[in-house]
Design a protein. Structure first.
Length: 551
């Protein structure tokens, strides 16, 4: 296997440490997704059960107050009075006309006819009283006990308030409803089954719910309409918080009062004869909710998987680029070493010939001096490229400069190379209405790199041209064309990358470090321009450096 395969093998091995855990995570997530439906169903039912229990609590607190269970029927025939000394004394006061003294007696004291003495005394005082405040006080005494013939007293009290044109006080206003309620309760009391916590009973064609707590000795009687209204009010808030498709059905004593009836319940809660059942009211809505949740989980898993794969792809791409960069750096170091060693070796040999006098005897002194100067210039250019590329700021300033002068200076350095390689060197310079701005030194170095690259790849007898001039009022360009082998299309983007060189390093015949064109691109972008490569007419490559007049 070639050495280049080793980094790829390492990348594959390292990738497995990411791929395998990711696959394991995907399998676990998939299993969790499959079991999530049952989990969410149980969670929804648990939440619905809690709402059902709260609904029952709300009904118990909002339907009405519990009251003590009556011991006997107090709307029928009055009982005979007891032989109580207090009753005898209160009756004497009543017969003597001391009605105020009788008002302070207990409610249980009766007249010989079985009527409450307090009510009789209050009625006597009310017939003579005209003060509204005092009348209201007496009316409250009459309305405090709904026993036996008290309604007759209350009717007479209403007539008294009407005679005096005084509004009936609140304690007296609803006495008829309370009296009718007492009659209903007493009718239910005779039929009450103390073994049932709740039962439906009917009185005068009106259905009532009778709830009993025999341990506490309290009960509650409610009309059917009031029961249904309280149940519907209690269902409003829980229904909003239920999962889609679920509903709560309320019933008491086996009779539905609110919600969806006739559906199969998932679960039920029961308190004091009340039952709250969680039912599936809309199967399609429930399935849609399940589908939405399932799709959401699938989307989350998919996004996580895509993100992991994208991260793996980016990591692999960065890893391969790092491996490629390390390879190029290694080749760069070898190339730099070779490029530096060659002129240094040549200059050393030429210097020895000059020092020993061998060059003088052969008549080559001037030639040796020229060659030393060219090799030193070549070495200096190499060092300048390396130093320029390692600088943090590739462009120092943006000052106006003379483009023809800059191009002429660079061309003058390349003419000896053109003469030595017998290459035709053509320069075309146009006039600039306005001097461009930029870093003249950086652009000169970029042009030298383009020219050096052109001469390297142009065979003897070939042609290299350099043209500079304005494109329009905002742009100008430098164009370098050679008649070399050209650059393949698939290599045209890579040649501007750092340390990149076309061809195999071992078989490459042209010198270079892979920094020249990268430095040209860096300089162009620092000026706000661009460098492009295309085919030259007749073969070869054409590099076009396009720059703005004012970067």
């Amino acid at each position: 296997m070639t050495p280049a395969a080793s980094p790829i093998r390492r990348f594959i091995l390292h990738s497995l440490w990411v791929v395998l855990p990711f696959c394991a995570l995907l399998v676990l997530t998939w299993n969790a997704w499959r079991s999530d439906s049952e989990t969410r169903k149980n969670r929804s039912l648990e939440s619905a059960n809690q709402l059902a229990a709260r609904t029952l609590d709300d009904i118990q607190s909002n339907l009405g107050r519990w009251s003590p269970i009556p011991e006997s029927d107090r709307t029928g025939i009055p009982p005979l009075p007891d032989d109580d000394p207090k009753a005898v004394e209160a009756l004497k006061r009543y017969e003597a006309g001391d009605f105020e003294g009788v008002l302070g007696s207990p409610e249980s004291l009766r007249s010989p006819a079985g009527l409450p003495l307090r009510s009789l005394a209050a009625l006597q005082l009310l017939r003579k009283e005209t003060d509204p405040a005092r009348l209201a006080e007496l009316a409250s005494v009459l309305a405090a006990s709904m026993d036996f013939v008290t309604p007759l007293f209350l009717e007479e009290a209403e007539r008294r308030f009407g005679e005096l044109n005084i509004p009936v006080p609140p304690s007296l206003a609803d006495w008829r409803g309370r009296w009718q309620r007492a009659q209903v309760e007493f009718s239910f009391l005779q039929r009450l089954d103390e073994t049932l916590p709740a039962t439906w009973m009917e009185h005068a064609g009106v259905e009532h719910l009778v709830e009993l707590n025999s341990r506490s000795g309290v009960w509650r009687v409610s009309k059917a309409d009031d029961v249904r209204a309280a149940a519907e009010d209690a269902l409003k808030i829980p229904t909003l918080n239920l999962a889609d498709g679920l509903a709560i059905h309320l019933s008491v004593a086996g009779k539905p009062v609110a919600g969806h009836a006739g559906l199969k319940p998932f679960s039920a809660k029961e308190i004091h004869g009340w039952k709250a059942e969680v039912v599936l009211a809309d199967a399609k809505a429930y399935e849609r909710s399940e589908t939405r949740t399932r799709n959401f989980i699938t989307a989350v898993i998919s996004v996580a998987g895509i993100a992991a794969l994208f991260g793996l792809f980016q990591s692999g791409r960065a890893y391969l680029r790092a491996v490629e960069l390390a390879r190029r750096q290694s080749e760069f170091m070898a190339a730099v070493s070779h490029e530096m060693r060659t002129p240094l070796t040549a200059m050393g040999l030429l210097a020895e010939n000059l020092e020993s006098g061998a060059a003088d005897r052969a008549g080559q002194r001037d030639e040796h001096v020229r060659m030393i100067r060219e090799e030193s210039a070549r070495l200096g250019g190499l060092i300048d490229n390396v130093l320029a590329f390692t600088r943090d700021k590739p462009v120092a300033t943006h000052d106006a400069f003379d483009v023809p002068a800059m191009v002429t200076d660079a061309v003058s350095l390349m003419k000896p190379l053109a003469e030595r390689k017998q290459v035709t060197f053509v320069v075309e310079l146009a006039e600039f209405p306005e001097a461009p701005h930029g870093d003249a030194a950086a652009l000169r170095r970029a042009l030298l790199n383009l020219l050096d690259n052109a001469f390297k790849h142009t065979p003897p007898g070939g042609r290299v041209s350099c043209a500079a001039g304005p494109l329009d009022e905002n742009r100008w360009s430098i164009e370098v064309t050679d008649s070399g082998p050209g650059i393949p299309v698939h290599e045209r983007e890579k040649i501007f990358e750092v340390f990149y060189r076309i061809g195999d390093e071992l078989r490459r015949t042209t010198p270079g470090t892979g920094l020249g064109l990268a430095l040209v691109k860096r300089t162009a972008e620092a000026h706000g321009g661009r460098i492009e490569v295309s085919d030259a007419p007749g073969g070869g490559a054409r590099f076009t450096l396009t720059l703005p007049i004012h970067p």
